[in-house]
Design a protein around this ligand. Sequence first.
Ligand code: AMP
Length: 212
Amino acid sequence: MRIVLLGAPGSGKGTQAAMLKAERGVPHISTGDMLRAAVEAGTQFGRKAKSIMEAGDLVPDDVMLGIISDRLREDDAAEGFILDGFPRTERQALDLDELLDELAQPLDAAVLMDVDTDILMKRLTGRRTCSETGKLLNVYFSPPEELEACKQAGGELIQRDDDNEETIANRLAVYREPTEPLIDSYRKRGKLKRVNAEGSVDEVYERLLAAL
Ligand code: AMP
């Protein structure tokens, strides 16, 4: 399986990709996670990426291509991959095509996780990770017992630095401008699959499996 997950921030790409990875055994390649790891490691590149990410802007295309090109050449990606958060611009999509041609690994599908804007805002402003268990939670949508379980495990609910309202507004604008047009280009090439990504995580996962 070689797929790209498309969708606005908060559309559930990361959650669904992690479930798909567990079931299908192909790597979940999240450029956001890779960048956050670089920020965490405090490398020179990480420091530059941090300010871009905090503003909700995009890291330059050439940098992203370097990162994804190295990652897709790793052994585990030879069996397939789930790309989450890449491509985000037309340039990145073209670069990805070239790279996959070179690796003789054509894309099976680009899957759009479709969610209404009001729901996106709640998903993003309410999103938290449990510091102890690593579980992704949401203060609006997670059952109270799951939020409580994090506390009981001695954890705290951590909010991503770029999940504040100001940055979120910019991330959604950046999604509408350079990223949303990709939906149409994949549709024209017959690669697009659309999944209704509203509802519970399990419901969405069922629809995703059906679409694939
Ligand atoms: P995400 O976790 O996918 O929402 O990504 C978090 C942030 O990382 C984004 O708001 C961007 O600043 C940066 N980022 C992730 N993927 C890309 C990409 N493909 N191109 C440019 N910037 C990216």
